[in-house]
Design a protein around this ligand. Structure first.
Ligand SMILES: Cc1ncc(COP(=O)(O)O)c(C=O)c1O
Length: 414
């Protein structure tokens, strides 16, 4: 493997060097393109898990040095996330994963705002984890769903649907993704934020797929609730919800009665995965050190540089795939930044799972299906043919990996 040059490429090389599973795979000729389903963990994240357990365990609110450490770890992970996402004024809530946190929040919001005629606005770009947790509890109270369609050519959201939601009114929640997990497109969230604000609705952003590639600035996004998952950005299986403090204070969360009635702990039912939270704090510190600072701000800079490097590799991949007449690539036209490094494609005459199986035999690990983005798969006409093949580039993806993927797809015939 040749050592690349250039800032983003060098950081990517360093990230790869601290990702044991990727290095292990390299000796076997494996290339991982399944990051959108979950990236490999970096060594600081892995080591922090064990170190936390090794130094002695105690739950929060305990009376021992280990208990103090647990308090410190949770507080520092919250602070790291706030700085990573420029999230002043938000409570950082931990949970099992994004989906569970969204369901807790959806139930609480419906308890607060659910009624006959209340509307939940969602987009066709969503993973269903950003649809069902809002739609189901509101439907139980007589609410309904309003879908914002995606234009299949431009892959943008239909303006007229946003306007219709505004004119029909009664909007209680607007939920949209920061980047579509199935095809990587980054929607313009500003009109949705404006819609939510005009309607006095809660604006929810699913950040699971965007944080690993282009961590947003929450003050700019204007989300009331922002959700992400650390196992998608080189860390452990811990879900995170950033909830605007003013929203959370009044939220009638479902919880055991003696649990705190304010702050993040209101939503953190039961004991948390503290070793996972220690690992999450170490993930952010480890990413930050790639640019010389173990802060959340450092991790932000590192993820941005890695995202930029991924963009270069995506250009190479898309150009190669487009040169094959039997391959259809979804999106990745137009200006850079309009897509993160997730490339969905299909190969004529083969189902996506057949393609993924064939690539797997060559040591290239992509994924296949609709990735729970069922509305998008239907809109793009692949719902009855097995969905998409998805090649997800991560910060540790090398040019060799991309060439490996391209050569393997070429073997499927032109
Ligand atoms: C965009 C997006 N949102 C939500 C989820 C659900 O995340 P979790 O597994 O943390 O519940 C995923 C998982 O793949 C995702 O890609």
């Amino acid at each position: 493997m040749t050592v690349p040059t250039g800032t983003g490429a060098e950081i990517s090389w360093q990230l790869r060097s601290m990702t044991p599973a990727v290095l292990h795979g390299e000796t076997r000729g494996w290339s991982y393109f399944d990051g959108p389903s979950g990236t490999q963990m970096i060594s600081p994240a892995i080591e922090a898990f064990a170190a936390f357990a090794r130094s002695g365990l105690s739950n929060r609110h305990g009376y021992s040095p280990a208990g103090d450490e647990t308090e410190d770890v949770v507080a520092s992970a919250r602070a790291q996330l706030r700085s990573l996402l420029h999230a002043e004024g938000y409570h950082v809530v931990f949970g099992q994963n994004m989906t569970s946190l969204a369901f807790s929040l959806g139930h609480a919001l419906a308890r607060q705002r659910g009624r006959e005629g209340a509307r939940v606005v969602v987009t066709e770009l969503e993973h269903l984890a950003n649809v069902d947790p809002w739609v189901q509890p509101f439907s139980d109270r007589g609410g309904s769903v309003h879908w914002l369609r995606v234009d299949p050519e431009s892959l943008t959201l239909q303006r007229e649907d946003i306007e219709r939601a505004e004119s029909e009114g009664g909007v209680a929640v607007v939920a949209a993704t920061g980047a579509a997990n199935a095809i990587g497109v980054v929607p313009d969230l500003a009109p949705l934020r404006d819609l939510a604000s005009a309607q006095g609705a809660v604006f929810v952003v699913d950040g699971v797929h965007v944080v690993p590639h282009a961590p947003p600035d929450l003050a700019e996004v204007g989300a009331d609730i922002f959700l992400c998952s650390a196992y998608k950005f080189y860390g452990p299986h811990v879900g995170v919800a950033l909830v605007r403090e003013s929203l959370l204070e009044d939220l009638p969360a479902y919880k055991v009665m003696p649990a705190p009635i304010s702050g993040a702990e209101k939503l953190e039912t039961g004991s948390q995965n503290h070793e996972g939270i220690a690992s999450l704090a170490a993930t952010i510190a480890g990413l930050g050190r790639l640019v010389g600072s173990s802060s959340g701000e450092g991790a932000r800079e590192a993820l941005q540089a890695l995202g930029d490097r991924e963009g270069d590799l995506v250009e190479l991949l898309v150009e190669e795939l487009r040169s094959m007449s039997n391959v259809r690539v979804f999106g990745h036209e137009g200006k850079r930044g309009a897509f993160v490094a997730t490339v969905a494609f299909t190969v004529a005459g083969r189902t996506p799972s057949e393609v993924a199986e064939a690539l797997r035999r060559d040591g290239v690990f992509v994924t296949a299906g609709d990735f729970y983005a069922t509305a998008l798969a239907a809109r793009l006409g692949v719902d009855r043919t097995g969905g998409f093949v998805r090649a997800g580039l991560a910060g540790y993806t090398s040019e060799e990996d991309v060439r490996h993927l391209v050569e393997s797809v070429k073997k499927l015939g032109r």
